[in-house]
Ligand binder design. Structure first.
Ligand SMILES: [Mg+2]
Length: 246
């Protein structure tokens, strides 16, 4: 199943010839824009509160590219823009991210993650096929897990690879691949599922295949420009593709 197809005329589904989207042993799912979108400001506000509490300055993350970035990467960019030197950022990063995590935990009842279309069905489809599922995200671990818990997805994920101390997405994916191989063996094949050009490029850098879903801020055509192995407008289109036996 699910082997060959070209870009469909309505540009909602692409699978690279020879790539079988459901052939991997394990799948690493990005969180924001891939599994869910947050309809609250809890995570966003935590950045500002943490910087203010730890460094005593106001440094907005507004205008910093957040999609496909990592929490420490966002912090670093916002602080550099506010004139804070890297050495000082490094010295305080641990304390800032700890504050952020504690703040999101404190306000977790206000988290409003909204599942992306057909994600429960896609996850169930992979689970029924015996696939190992991991989360791999630029979120700080406790924040990523809380979002997954709130959507009911947490029990479906066997492990997570998150940011800090890892700061690059490629390193987060590499670590996720290691975690999958620790569980299933060295020959384990892994596919990343993400929603940004950064996910596509970082999956490549980590030496693995990638399925892109245009359910974050990037459109199908934006993602196609980065040559993912497969690309779908949403999980609904992926499942339709699957059910059509393509
Ligand atoms: Mg994302």
């Amino acid at each position: 199943m699910s082997t060959l197809s070209q870009t469909s005329p309505d540009e909602k589904a692409f699978v690279r010839p020879g790539f079988q989207w459901d052939a991997a042993d394990a799948y690493l799912f990005d969180i924001d824009g891939t599994l869910l979108n947050s309809r609250d400001a809890v995570h966003y506000l935590a950045f500002h509160k943490a910087v203010s509490a730890v460094l005593g300055i106001q440094a907005s993350i507004d205008g910093v590219p957040v999609h496909g970035n990592t929490d420490p990467g966002i912090l670093r960019a916002a602080l550099q823009r506010a004139g804070v030197q890297n050495a000082k950022i490094d010295r305080h990063m641990h304390e800032i991210v700890e504050f952020m995590c504690a703040d999101v935990v404190r306000n977790h009842e206000q988290l409003r993650p909204e599942l992306c279309p057909t994600i429960p069905e896609l996850i169930a489809r992979l689970q029924a096929s015996g696939k190992l599922l991991g989360a791999a995200s630029g979120n700080l671990g406790p924040i990523g897990w809380l979002k997954l818990e709130k959507t009911g997805l947490k029990p479906m994920f066997s492990f997570g690879s998150f940011t800090f101390p890892l700061e690059s997405r490629a390193d987060i994916f590499r670590h996720g691949i290691q975690l999958a191989r620790q569980r299933l063996g060295e020959a384990t094949t892994v596919t990343v599922v993400g929603d940004t050009p950064s996910d596509i490029e970082s999956a490549r850098a980590a030496g693995t295949t990638v399925i892109a879903l245009a359910t974050g801020v990037f459109r199908f055509s934006d993602l196609m420009a980065h040559h993912p192995d497969a690309c779908f407008a949403s999980g609904t289109d992926l499942m339709a593709h699957d059910q059509a036996g393509l």
